[in-house]
Design a binder for this molecule. Structure first.
Ligand code: SF4
Ligand code: SF4
Length: 459
């Protein structure tokens, strides 16, 4: 992994005189010209390579040899959905200001409507509709329960003979073609990695522990990772309930596609199970499958849609398939200097610190029970994030909306990728403030809600 630069100085606003009067197109030209001058001809090829991502033979983030897979009972949404676990761990509730995870989750999205754009009956209806398919596809605890409806471990529709692909590449392309036909924004393939699978698994709906060895129906060899897109206009309303709608909708899409890919594989004679957030961590699997890079906001940033995606996956016993290589795009370096998500986070869940092996916000085991020490990354306090969702009564996603990589078109982060090669630190900070000056990524903007609700009229 490329060393992160050590410049952690807080960014200063750019003088508005510098940017006054620059249109978006002109800014693009200025940026390109500046980058071009700085880079020179010979580095051009390096830039092009960098924009496509640098492939790696190994997982592109340092992981300690003694890293232990996460116990699913320590995952926030699993813990919050389980009455039993809440009763078993009063110290977790106490240490987090007597915040009762289970009670708050039970009453989530049930609060009163408000008179503010983004929080009306219209907005709530949109959100509940957005999440409804996921619940129908996977059950009431749809994000955290293994062995749900579409993600059932039962191997129904398994063809008795196996289809023989002529090459691993052919198998890979066929799976990706199928995933895209079912609606995937993108699809990557990687080997199953036990480090990213929960151990043990826990189903909060049935309050039961599950074992990969005793309960899961086969030995997974490969994981197919699927991306679904969230709507840009809806996302720009964050943290409103309209954002909640596109989050739920993209989760539903992602699971629907994973379920279809699982059936496709079973019809080819290979065992397969679709999974949402319920059996392993989607982020590292997406990174391993070359779909994006881990970012400060705790999300995976993809080259074309930034963090505006949701991820699902399919475990299969098919191993005659070409896997993708992880790729890096300069995101870690950009995040080191940007910090816009941390500034926009209403719960202060996102760290301003550099990547580390473990959380820097606390070392009290009763406070950081949900953390995953042993991966060198930006550690976020997911409990604070969850608390804000419940206070907001409908999620948040400010950290996706405000991210400079979140764009409906891609000129900005192509430029960022390009300049990352030669001009880190100060240019990253400049890019972040240019983004703000041009009005991108503003959160809590009622006019964005109105813009979304008027968008249906456009052809
Ligand atoms: S979703 Fe909101 S509260 Fe959670 S980390 Fe992102 S910005 Fe912070
Ligand atoms: S807002 Fe900035 S720091 Fe946060 S994830 Fe996006 S690029 Fe990284």
């Amino acid at each position: 992994m490329k060393e992160l630069d050590s410049n952690t100085e807080t960014s200063k606003p750019v003088d508005s005189k510098v940017t006054k009067g620059l249109g978006r197109r002109n800014f693009f030209k200025v940026g390109i010209a500046g980058t071009g001058l700085a880079v020179g001809g010979a580095a051009g090829l390096t830039i092009v390579r960098r924009m496509e991502g640098i492939p790696h033979e190994y997982f592109p983030m340092p992981v300690k040899d003694d890293f232990k897979p996460i116990d699913q009972r320590n995952v926030i949404l699993t813990f919050a959905a389980s009455k039993t676990l809440n009763e078993k761990h009063p110290e977790r509730i106490r240490k987090f200001g007597n915040f009762h995870f289970y009670e708050r989750y039970k009453n989530f999205r049930k609060g009163p409507f408000q008179n503010t754009p983004g929080y009306t009956q219209l907005d709530r209806a949109l959100a509940v509709g957005g999440w409804s398919s996921l619940q129908a596809l996977h059950g009431p605890y749809s994000l955290s329960s293994p062995d749900g409806v579409v993600g059932s471990w039962e191997q129904t529709m398994l063809w008795e003979s196996k289809y023989k692909f002529t090459s691993e590449k052919e198998a890979s392309i066929a799976i990706k073609s199928a995933a895209k036909l079912y609606g995937a924004l993108n699809c990557g393939i990687t080997r199953r990695d036990r480090r990213w699978d929960y151990e043990p698994l826990y189903d909060p709906a049935e309050e039961r522990e599950l074992s990969w060895e005793k309960d899961f129906p086969f030995q997974p060899k490969t994981v197919v990772v699927i991306l679904a897109e969230m709507d840009y206009l809806a996302m720009s309303t964050a943290p409103s309930w309209v954002t909640d709608a596109t989050v739920g909708n993209a989760y539903s899409d992602a699971l629907k596609i994973a379920g279809q890919v699982a059936i496709f594989l079973r019809q080819l004679g290979y065992k397969a199970v679709a999974s949402m957030n319920d059996m392993g961590i989607n982020g590292p699997y997406a990174v391993a499958a070359g779909l994006g890079e881990a970012a400060r906001n705790g999300q995976v940033i993809t080259p074309k849609h930034g963090p505006r995606i949701r991820i699902s996956k399919v475990y299969t016993d098919l191993d005659f398939v070409e896997c993708d290589k992880p790729r890096t795009y300069g995101v870690a370096s950009f995040c080191k200097n940007c910090k816009r998500c941390a500034d926009s986070c209403p719960s202060k869940a996102i760290t301003f610190d550099d990547p580390s092996w473990e959380p820097t916000y606390s070392d009290d085991p009763d406070y950081i029970w949900h953390a995953a020490p042993g991966v060198f990354k930006f550690h976020k306090d997911a409990k604070k994030c969850f608390r804000f969702w419940t206070e907001n009564d409908g999620g948040c996603a400010n950290c996706i909306c405000s991210c400079p990589y979140n764009k409906p078109d891609f000129w900005h982060h192509r430029l960022v990728d390009a300049q990352n090669v030669v001009a880190p630190g100060p240019v990253h900070r400049f890019m972040r403030f240019m983004d703000e000056i041009f009005g991108y990524g503003k959160v809590s903007e009622p006019k964005h809600v109105l813009k979304f609700w008027n968008s249906g009229d456009k052809a």
